[in-house]
Design a protein around this ligand. Structure first.
Ligand code: PLP
Length: 362
């Protein structure tokens, strides 16, 4: 059986490397020649423990993490982190600061408000989140400052973290849609969370990177499953972990390392984004929806100058085997996701379709 071969520009779950699909499908039948499927092995066994250990070790290595930063594989998606983070870090009388750059940031803000004070320090809501607001002041008493590094729905991305570093506050980042896609100093963040289903692996697991020194400071009682310290103590196996999803993460992280790690994939992502945006900007028939300097290299959003052409363009994409290019309902038009595993050739194929379409419309 061969992996199906469409060009997958879907926003999430996103494309994974071909090698990962092949190895994971083999493991479903016979995991490491154990005579058992990965779907039926016990999590506290000699078969699974090395998988968890390797996934954690690879994440630490690829992100160059120091000894204070722990890597966890948890369940509940990034959406669970919207409340798990404030429950662990934000006391009722304390305040946390949030940057509001899109729908996901808004959801993080809404959940945090259930547990303590929230100050929104900047927002681009008034322009339907078409840009990243770069200048903002923060209440220095904030217990943390939260950002969404890449805005999956609107196609914007923080390019420079200096405004955050300058505030000298514990930094919390939702990196669901651009984690491990570009080099950054991950140690400067005290808590990073990311649903795995875009750049890390399969849906069903969320990676959390946490500086253990920030934990244990809130006065509220925490349910066992909410307290990060319990997950650290139990090596992400406080309860049954999503065994298959963690395995797929391990394979994807192995693949990333074999490609040369984050520095190498960043170059590849730059190459893909450059080809895509150069094509977009060459034909006035297409219109990017965001400020150019804030364009995301992971999710690119655009509309047609003449909206009447959108249906025809969508039909051609489908006919040419391009899937997942329909834009999110809050932006309309099209969204092209170019996660780590998307081959350059897929961007070549899509930009060929765009070019031919634009030329045919004169
Ligand atoms: N944060 C961002 C930036 C996302 O893109 C998404 C999903 O696309 C989420 C959070 C929600 O993730 P999950 O579905 O894992 O809860």
């Amino acid at each position: 059986v061969q992996k199906a071969t469409k060009h997958n520009f879907g926003a999430g779950p996103g494309i994974l490397p071909k090698e990962v699909f092949e190895e994971a499908s083999q493991a479903v039948l016979n995991f490491n020649n154990s005579g058992l499927s990965i779907l039926e092995i016990g999590h506290r066994t000699k078969l699974f423990q090395p998988v968890m250990d390797e996934a954690v070790a690879l994440a630490k290595e690829l992100m160059n993490l120091d000894a204070d930063h722990e890597v966890l594989f948890l369940q509940g998606g990034a959406s669970t982190q919207f409340y798990q983070v404030p429950m662990n870090l934000l006391d009722e009388k304390a305040v946390a600061s949030f940057t509001d750059t899109g729908v996901w940031a808004t959801k993080a803000i809404k959940e945090a408000k259930l547990f303590g004070g929230v100050e929104v320090v900047c927002s681009s809501k008034e322009s339907n989140y078409t840009y990243i607001p770069k200048k903002f002041d923060v209440n220095p008493a904030s217990v943390y400052l939260h950002l969404t590094s890449n805005n999956t729905i609107f196609g914007t991305q923080w390019q420079d973290f200096t405004p955050f570093y300058e505030k000298n506050l514990p930094l919390v980042a939702d990196m669901s849609s651009d984690i491990l896609s570009r080099q950054m100093d991950f140690n400067k963040f005290d808590l990073i969370y990311a649903g795995a289903q875009k750049n890390i692996g399969a849906a069903g697991v969320t990676m959390v990177v946490v500086n253990k020194n920030i934990l244990g400071k809130v006065s509220r009682k925490l349910p066992t499953m909410v307290d990060y310290r319990n997950h650290i103590e139990n090596g992400s196996m406080l309860n049954t972990p999503p065994v298959f999803a963690v395995y797929v993460c391990m394979l994807t992280l192995r693949w990333l390392k074999s490609k040369g790690g984050v520095a190498a994939i960043e170059k590849e992502n730059d190459r893909k984004a450059q080809l895509f945006y150069d094509t977009l900007d060459s034909f006035p028939i297409f219109k990017g929806t965001t400020a150019k300097e804030d364009r995301s290299k992971m999710n690119a959003c655009f509309v047609m100058e003449d909206p009447a052409l959108e249906k025809e363009f969508a039909a051609i994409c489908e006919q040419e085997g391009m899937v997942g290019v329909k834009g999110h309902r809050s932006v309309g038009g099209f969204r092209v996701s170019m996660y780590n595993a998307l081959p350059y050739e897929s961007v070549v194929a899509l930009t060929d379709v765009m070019r031919n379409f634009a030329i045919s419309k004169g």
